[in-house]
Design a protein around this ligand. Sequence first.
Ligand code: SF4
Length: 407
Amino acid sequence: MPQMVENEYSLYIHIPFCVQKCDYCAFYSVPLCVRSGASEIVRTYLDVLIFDIHSQIEHFSVSYIPSIYIGGGTPSVIPPKEAAFFFDALQRLLPNKPLEWTVEVNPESVNADFLHICKEYGVTRISAGVQTFNQKLRQSIDRAGRVEDVHKSLKCIADIYGSNFSCDIICGLPGTNPDILKNDIYQLLRYKPLSVSFYDLTVEEDTPLAKKIKAGKLCLPSVDMAEEMWLLGRDMLRAAGYEQYEVSNFALAGGRCEHNVRYWRMRPWLGAGPAASGTIIYDTAAGICASPVKGIRRVCVPDVAAYLKTGRGAFPALYEREELSAACLLRESLMMGFRYIEGPDTALFERRFGITPAALIPKTLDLWRKQGLARPDIPALTTDGLALQNRFLHAALEEADKTLGTD
Ligand code: SF4
């Protein structure tokens, strides 16, 4: 393997179980019947997961893990006793204590026991999937948990974690309106989370939601109304002191999710569990390695049964491997980097590709700066620019190809 500058990887762990499937969801997860044999299935899964994570840490000679993100699915469906087993086993595998460790929870399944165990084993941050405080909207998307559960869970999280948590809110659900959105943000702010992910709804093909909309059973807000609501929510968050630090993410001072920042800045990470992906980048002191393969994306097959069956056997077979060229990594670095309010990591970008973002796309940056859509100090978009990120990327990628002579 080419020499690495640092064997530093973040770690994403996928828990592919949910209480029930939300209508809009395109993530890989399977419903877990909490009553019948859940502990046994979950325990077997966690056993295999530990083996998988251990194999990857060994295989890639990982010497430092700055951040861990346990997502899903719904990690809070793990019974507290199994969670303690898993966190304990995980801690023993790690080469160091991570600076940031996030666990996702959902209101219908999280409880004080689970949160206390998170705290005891070093989880630094909780991410709560709220989505909306409106019961009618929750039902329309088949989201588990009632509004009372949402309040109860947020109170419990705030009691145990203070402000060290984030909440997800979706804008543009079927049947919503500006008053509902205003109430969602207002309710959320009562709990003072350090960060908020405020997303526009994406209707993924072949989901039950897409089918209901196609059949006329549900109706999305108009594009204008969805935009108006997003701006309304953004302004409420801003007025409450939240800074927009990414296209859909807001935080109070010190509340940015460092794990996500590392994705946006194309730092390598390992992924474990069905459907999880990881990105290995062969950095060297002089840039990226001399071989034609500069990186590898590993994606685990989205099949929990196959994962359990493979058990402690041939893991590489469950991870599909895509080779990443320098051109591919450069494009991804632009696409990911300009999502973030600080832009791509200029020093890392230059070391990897031999050119800074500013030298790669000078005309695009200049034009966007003149319109107040790019920051004057660094190659990055302003918050107004982030709203037009797709348009920016179209121009930036075209100019990058011209600069590099690859168009
Ligand atoms: S809880 Fe999250 S992962 Fe589970 S079905 Fe709903 S959106 Fe998907």
